[in-house]
Design a protein around this ligand. Structure first.
Ligand SMILES: *Cc1c(COP(=O)(O)O)cnc(C)c1O
Length: 407
């Protein structure tokens, strides 16, 4: 062993740069990238035991890979869960969750304002297999309670939501789920464990799109479920090793290194987002701003309580706002004009990047929803989403002013 085992009770900042598998015999300081599809076995007997899962040891990257394991260990340490299992994307993680947990005849209660593809997955794909989903307005626990049935197996929430930053009370939903014999999954993409650890409030599964803040620089796609070791071993690993929605080692390595700077990035990006949200709220061309860090946000107090893993409540880095407009057509025209005027921000739907991104949710990330689904989620044609990166605040304000001042 080249390095003594890590002491217990390390702080998140330390775990973010230290938690991983042991170094190889070469003692590399930066984590090794094991870019290999298979692993040589010492002999046939050992190979047989490893394939039967009777002995630890890597065999084939669809079953496990040391770089992927390092990423899983680091993420679990940050989320405060016993274990994590990585997947090829955030959506693959949600697919894996459903495949592991649900069967024909089961029922799911899901927030109606989760990520667009999440809605499509539950409403479209899972329904093909006889799994029904009720979509509820997310903020009021009474809506969730009313939708529960005897066959409800899973509650699925996202907080804050994309793009309107609705907050749900994780503890209240966990209690509701557990009293009804169900489990709670929380998509923690927007806050990341640097700001919010849903496990502390009773969530059973924490879902990640590693594509966003965990990578943090918009390079790769990745996903994960954080949960107990037993759940990984019994519910999810049998599926990933069979069905293959595993994370590629290279992508795992990028995310592993990305997590080293997660804490300081989330803090810096949240601070800029708060300042930008305050500025937008005072802007005469802006009708309404959605940002949990603003006292005007309907669930500001709850957000500050839940999103305080860093030691103080923070609103995260996504700010959405409505421009003015007389009708849907005018709203869309004004939103497009604001977006098309930018010269610094990237017009793209990704978020969680060091580069600020700007998008029109109604025609992009949420464009595949029906008009009814969009209206239910409150995503109008005048809505613009800004995922704040690390540029200087004044440059971002100038960039958004280019279009806004002309409206
Ligand atoms: C992007 C995103 C996902 C899906 O993740 P992919 O890595 O793109 O598959 C899920 N949930 C939220 C909240 C997201 O923003």
């Amino acid at each position: 062993m080249l390095q003594k085992p890590l002491p217990d009770n390390l702080q998140p900042e330390t775990l973010a740069v230290r938690r991983a598998i042991e170094k190889s015999q070469y003692g590399e300081n930066s984590e090794a990238l094991y870019l290999t599809s298979s692993f040589v076995q010492p002999n046939a007997e050992t190979a047989a035991r490893r394939f039967a899962m009777e002995e630890e040891g890597y065999t084939y990257t669809r079953v496990g890979n040391p770089t992927v394991t390092s990423m899983e260990l680091r993420l679990a340490a940050l989320e405060g869960t016993e274990a994590a299992i990585a997947s090829s994307s955030g959506m693959a993680a949600i697919l894996l969750l459903g495949m592991g947990l649900l069967k024909t005849g089961d029922h799911v209660v899901c927030s109606q304002s989760v990520f667009g593809s999440t809605i499509r997955l539950f409403a479209g794909e899972f329904s093909k297999f006889g799994i029904s989903t009720s979509f509820v307005s997310q903020t009021d626990v009474a809506n969730w309670a009313a939708a529960m049935r005897p066959n409800t197996k899973l509650l699925f929430a996202e907080t804050p939501t994309n793009p309107l930053t609705d907050i749900c009370d994780i503890q209240a939903l966990a209690d509701l789920a557990h009293n009804g014999g169900a489990l709670l999954a929380v998509d923690n993409c927007f806050c990341s464990p640097a700001l919010q650890q849903p496990r502390r409030f009773g969530a059973d599964f924490i879902i990640h799109s590693g594509t966003k803040y965990l990578d943090g620089q918009g390079r790769v796609m990745a996903g994960a479920i954080c949960c107990s070791q037993k759940q990984v071993d019994e519910l999810f690993l049998p599926i990933t090793r069979t069905a293959g929605m595993v994370l590629a080692p290279f992508n795992a390595w990028v995310v592993l290194k990305g997590m080293e700077t997660l804490g300081i990035r989330m803090q810096a990006q949240s601070e800029r987002a708060l300042a930008l949200a305050q500025w937008l709220e005072a802007h005469p061309r802006v009708k309404r701003v959605y940002y949990p860090g603003l006292p005007s946000h309907p669930q500001h107090a709850l957000a500050m309580r839940q999103q305080s893993a860093s030691g103080r409540g923070m609103g995260a880095a996504v700010v959405s706002f409505d421009v003015h407009g007389a009708d849907a057509r005018a709203l869309r025209r004004n939103a497009f004009a604001t977006i098309d005027a930018v010269r610094v921000c990237s017009i793209t739907t990704n978020l969680g990047d060091t580069k600020t991104t700007i998008s029109h949710p109604a025609s992009t990330s949420h464009g595949r929803l029906t008009e009814d689904q969009r209206n239910a989620a409150g995503i109008g044609q005048g809505l613009i989403r800004v995922a704040v990166g690390l540029e200087h605040l004044e440059d971002l304000k100038t960039d958004l002013s280019l279009g806004l001042d002309l409206l």
